[in-house]
Ligand binder design. Structure first.
Ligand code: FAD
Length: 466
């Protein structure tokens, strides 16, 4: 079979590239090794984690804030089996939706492991060992990533688990030890802390979510402490041992002393690594770098002319929406268009409660670059909307150029900031100044007023409600 475009991998990068290819008139095929489409994000990532975060947030509110709202409940308890089953339904609706989109766009779906035979030919090996070969003018590698671990940790998937197992637990842990204070660990730690698990986080760096603005990590730590989290920051994990019912994590603190933490589950969430197993990129002359990523140029072209790579398998933020933008970019380039991605404006979100969301430069980056900037902050404590919903933790922080007032970075921690950050992305894409936002009407009462107030604060310290 001969195609204009073959996409290997059906995650958000791959399936979006395939749809855009079909929209642009390319005869398109997509290859996926798993029986369901949608990749990490839909099957074991973004969607199931958000489904569990939503369920447990309801439970947490029912247990802790309903009474204050004047709602009395009796015999409240978690039905974990039902919670996981609802999550599975949500995943199914989403992955079935992708199957429908493939059909609608007349994209051929080939189920099996795709491996290069040469630069135009991909062998697809099905579960029963049978294989087909398909050829394509252009090929996109979108094979994604898998959880990373440390060399001395053996993931047994029973007591020592990754995010994939944490999404289908059969019991609520008594004490979950999370290795890594990044996004995935804080989200899944929150899921189980809200249901009553003790959660201890062991993190090598001195703050949580260390790649984000430092203020966010500090604020998030305060909120998660209220939820019962315990933190071992600046601790380097040196050993992880498990027995049938117990796990022991040994870490070295900043004084060089050994610290032991015992629990019943360890979630290893130290990041993800690019995945190219079985792909056989060498057969097509596609080079990987020393981090295992497919090496690409600024057009996302690999070392072979007609082969491109996108998403988690290449450099950059490991985020679904980044993968999607890259999928569209590659295909539009192939169609002769001149698309562009501003990587500085890819937002990052942590779906804890409060949510953390950011776009643009952190304060630390601006300092390092020697950029002169001014800061405007507004706490949710001062927001009428946040008081009404009892979500007063957190703040919005706006960083603007000291001379031109252009917004350079926006960092938010608070209620629904995952959705609010879109306004900051639009503002920065159009190179708005803090004063531009400060002069726009924001509906009252909404959480978005906090962004306007932070912009007022950044303009001339003119915030109205603090
Ligand atoms: P993937 O989604 O990993 O898809 C790659 C696909 O390729 C897989 O289906 C794989 O089976 C297939 N494949 C691999 N090799 C082959 C082969 N040789 N032949 C055929 N098929 C192959 N990101 C966000 O933006 N927001 C979130 O809220 C978020 N939450 C997350 C929560 C968790 C718990 C996890 C683990 C991740 C989360 N992410 C989130 C990250 C997000 O899932 C990834 O960034 C995104 O899925 C990357 O998309 P991708 O298309 O590059 O690859």
């Amino acid at each position: 079979m001969k195609y204009d475009l073959i996409v290997i991998g059906s995650g958000p990068g791959g399936y979006v590239a395939a749809i855009r290819g079909a929209q642009l008139g390319m005869k398109t095929a997509i290859i996926e090794k798993y029986p369901t489409l949608g990749g990490t994000c839909l099957n074991v990532g973004c969607i199931p984690s958000k489904a569990l975060l939503d369920s447990t947030e309801h439970y947490h509110n029912a247990a802790h804030t309903f009474k204050t709202h004047g709602i009395d409940l009796k015999d409240l308890k978690v039905n974990l089996k039902q919670m996981i089953s609802r999550k599975d339904d949500v995943v199914k609706q989403n992955v079935d939706g992708i199957q429908y989109l493939m059909k609608k766009n007349k994209i051929d779906v080939h189920q099996g492991v795709g491996s290069f035979v040469d630069k135009n030919t991909v062998k697809v090996t099905k579960d029963d060992g049978k294989s087909d070969e398909i050829t394509g003018k252009n090929i996109i590698i979108a094979t994604g990533s898998k959880p990373a671990s440390l060399p001395f940790i053996e993931i047994d998937k029973k007591r020592i688990i990754t995010s994939t197992e944490a999404l289908k637990m059969k019991e609520v842990p008594k004490h979950m030890i999370v290795i890594g204070g990044g996004v995935i660990g804080m989200e899944l730690g929150s899921v189980y802390a809200r249901m009553g698990a003790k959660v201890s986080v062991v993190e090598f760096m001195d703050s949580l979510i260390p790649s984000m603005d430092k203020t966010m990590g500090k604020e998030l730590q305060k909120s998660l402490k209220k939820l019962g989290f315990e933190f071992y920051l600046k601790h380097k994990v040196t050993a992880v041992k498990s027995t049938a019912k117990q796990v022991t994590v040994t870490a070295e603190n900043s004084k060089g002393e050994a610290v032991e933490v015992k629990g019943d589950y360890v979630l290893v969430s130290i990041g993800r690594k690019p995945y190219t197993e079985g792909l056989n990129p060498e057969a097509a002359g596609v080079k990987l770098n020393d981090r295992g990523q497919v090496e690409v140029d600024e057009h996302l072209k690999t070392s072979t002319d007609n082969i491109y790579a996108i998403g988690d398998v290449v450099k950059g933020a490991m985020l679904a929406h980044k993968a999607e933008e890259e999928g569209v970019l590659v295909v539009e380039q192939l169609a002769g268009q001149k698309p562009h991605i501003n990587y500085n404006l890819i937002p990052g979100v942590v779906y804890t409660w409060p949510e953390v969301a950011a776009v643009g430069h952190t304060e630390e980056e601006l300092k390092e670059k020697g950029v002169k900037y001014k800061t405007g902050k507004f706490p949710f404590m001062a927001s009428g909307r946040a008081r009404a919903s009892m979500d007063m933790d957190g703040l919005v922080k706006v960083l603007a150029d000291a001379e031109t007032d252009e917004i350079l970075g926006v960092h938010m921690i608070g209620p629904r900031t995952a959705d609010m950050i879109a306004e900051a992305v639009v503002a920065m894409e159009y190179r708005a100044s803090a004063e531009d936002i400060a002069r726009m009407s924001h509906a009252h009462p909404t959480y978005t007023e906090a962004f306007k107030e932070a912009c007022l604060a950044a303009t001339e310290n003119r915030a109205l409600h603090v």
